[in-house]
Design a protein around this ligand. Structure first.
Ligand code: MF3
Ligand code: CO
Length: 253
């Protein structure tokens, strides 16, 4: 069962998503050479307060593990769910993926982007631009009557020419009162398959794309996913609402 948001719930989703977008926007401007990822995490803590929301990541539990950070900060070959550390320093040429999930008035806003720090390699730059384009291609496939597989196929088609590794072990998702609701939204798949989209659904669409293999390995911390071949990865995400005519991006900044 995919939840359909009422008008009141949509308005609360909008407010949560605006806060999530503002935190991500402000945090992005702090990503400069020399800052540690722990420094970014503590700055995020202040920004969450300033924008009137809470981290949905802090204390998030999977089994008996709880996420210790306020936002997810993944450097270079880290794909998702990196944890801020005083020992990880941002350098010129790095890719820094920021994933900001907030809770406000009972609802979640979820968005992510990969920041290019200074002069990045041409391949890493193309990866970032193409991953964001793939996100927008996925969003363009959102309208009532289309299916989840249409989003997946659009994302995959946008990435195929680049020969990238599309991450399979993590997927987009429905979102609302909980961070992860139905349906799952893979970043690869066949058009015309999967659940039908209806106005009132809220979806977090989030391609995670690697320069090399799609395979990932989990770090000893139990959270950080990194690429199996050590090549860089990018991640862009918006929360979108299915409207009567198409999609409304709720996390536009
Ligand atoms: N956007 C990520 C997701 O949808 C956020 C995870 S928060 C964490 O999975 F707590 F799991 F890190
Ligand atoms: Co998400």
């Amino acid at each position: 069962m995919i939840d359909l948001k009422s008008t009141d719930e949509v308005n609360r989703m909008r407010a949560a998503c605006v806060a999530a977008a503002r935190v991500l926007h402000d945090l992005s401007s702090l990503v400069v050479p020399g800052i540690s990822t722990a420094g970014l995490d503590s700055a995020a803590r202040g920004l969450l307060l300033r924008h009137g929301c809470e981290s949905a990541c802090h204390g998030y539990a999977v089994g008996r593990l709880t996420y210790p950070g306020y936002v997810c900060i993944s450097l270079n070959d880290e794909v998702v769910h990196g944890i801020g550390s005083p020992d990880r320093i941002v350098r010129d040429g790095d890719l820094v993926s920021l994933d900001v999930v907030v809770s406000r008035d009972g609802f979640i806003g979820d968005n992510a982007r990969t920041i290019m720090v200074g002069k990045v390699s041409p391949e890493a730059r193309a990866l970032c631009l193409d991953t964001e384009k793939a996100l927008m291609a996925g969003i363009a496939a959102v309208k009532p009557g289309n299916r989840v597989g249409d989003i997946s196929a659009a994302i995959q088609a946008a990435l195929t020419p680049g020969g990238y590794g599309i991450v399979r072990d993590f997927v987009g998702h429905g979102v609302g009162r909980k961070m992860h609701e139905e349906p799952q939204i893979p970043n690869f798949g066949r058009a015309g398959t999967g659940p039908k989209l209806l106005a009132g659904m809220a979806l977090a669409i989030e391609p995670m794309v690697n320069l090399g293999t799609h395979k990932i390995v989990m770090a000893a911390d139990g959270w950080t996913a990194r690429t199996a071949d050590g090549k860089v990865s990018a991640h862009f995400e918006h929360t979108v609402l299915v409207t009567e005519t198409g999609a409304e991006i709720l996390t536009l900044s």
